[in-house]
Design a protein around this ligand. Structure first.
Ligand code: PA5
Length: 339
């Protein structure tokens, strides 16, 4: 068994503390939902602008909203965005170029708008344009601030009657999961999964509400554990990726599939997973399944998301890296500012 206690000294950036606080952050963030003015109501669709660790909140909102929600990770807006659209800009730093450009343009088409940010140019733009914005606590990595970027929205959409599931009910299951994954004397289940993934290239599969969760696993493994990871969604992958298994044993021997499962998976998707497991085995490819816990689809998806955050944290330690820094992202942003 790895010496987990010793490995924790790699966590110089304090990711463990951020992870530990997630359930309490969710509670605090739900309290911020009241800052969304009721006056925005009457919208017919939602566009969420954001990139990276901020944008994932839009994907998760889309999974559970009863209104159409589209996440735009781009400088340019969909042509249909109009006065009927609720435009939400999410940027932890408030300085993300693509988000600022698109938001500025979007405010010419709709005044139903909101931003979530720690400040920066995005907050300044909101002040100038008299658009409400929700202040997010500073000092975190954007990916570690997910509670503050998502739950004010889930809370207000719930108040408007636009959410499937009860966002406040997830806190209890997240606390239980935190207790199960926090490091102590015995190896926990997140550490065991990280051990299975260590030295491999995880390919995470989700379906419908767990598709953005699969994407979050991939990006958390990239940013925390500093290694490649990929994702794909069912049932679509049965129409293309499955063919790639034919040579995967030869060209991708370190690949390992992780199926994210919930009891709310469509029965035909569940059947596809069973068939895929057989196909993977017959090709000599490795896989594992992780089942979400909780009473509704929202709880199970968030359980899986939080569990993936823990797995990526422990995988970082097994890889011998500090989970927090994301130097290549910062370096690229710096280079883009050069003339
Ligand atoms: O995880 C990260 O640091 C990135 O994915 C950022 O979230 C992304 O670059 C966008 O920055 P921000 O979240 O500050 O808008």
């Amino acid at each position: 068994m790895p010496n987990w206690k010793e490995l924790l000294s790699l966590d110089e950036g304090g990711m463990l503390q951020a992870l530990r606080q997630f359930p309490e952050q969710v509670e605090r963030a739900l309290g911020l939902a009241c800052r969304v003015p009721n006056g925005v109501q009457g919208f017919k669709n939602v566009v969420v602008l954001g990139m990276g660790g901020s944008a994932i909140a839009g994907d998760l909102l889309a999974s559970f909203s009863t209104l159409p929600v589209v996440t735009v990770r781009d400088y340019e807006l969909p042509p249909w965005l109009s006065g009927d659209t609720f435009l939400i800009a999410i940027s932890y730093s408030g300085e993300t170029e693509e988000t600022l450009v698109a938001f500025r343009e979007g405010l010419r088409r709709t005044r139903r708008a909101l931003a979530l940010t720690t400040g920066g140019a995005l907050a300044a733009l909101c002040e100038e344009e008299e658009i409400p914005w929700i202040p997010v606590p500073p000092g975190l990595q954007p990916r570690a601030a997910l509670a503050f970027l998502l739950f004010p929205l889930l809370g207000c959409f719930s108040r408007f009657g636009y959410v499937r599931g009860n966002p406040s009910s997830v806190v209890t299951i997240l606390r239980r999961l935190r207790d199960a994954c926090f490091p102590d004397e015995n190896e926990n289940v997140a550490q065991s999964v990280a051990k299975i993934l260590c030295g491999k290239v995880p390919v995470i599969y989700g379906a419908r509400t767990t598709a953005p969760v699969a994407y979050r696993w991939k990006t958390q493994i990239n940013e925390n554990a500093k290694q490649p990871a990929y994702w794909m969604e069912l049932p679509e992958l049965c129409h293309n990726e499955i063919v790639g298994y034919e040579l995967a044993g030869k060209v991708f021997p370190q690949g390992i599939v992780v199926f994210l499962r919930t009891s709310f998976d469509h029965p035909r998707v569940a059947k596809r997973v069973e068939i895929l497991k057989e196909v993977l085995s017959s090709r000599g490819l490795k896989f594992l399944e992780v089942w979400g816990e909780g009473e509704d689809a929202l709880s199970q998806a968030l359980w899986l998301l939080y569990f993936g955050d823990w797995v990526s944290f422990y995988l970082a330690l097994l890889n011998g890296v500090d989970p927090t820094p994301v130097r290549p992202i910062q370096e690229l942003k710096r280079m883009l500012k050069e003339p």
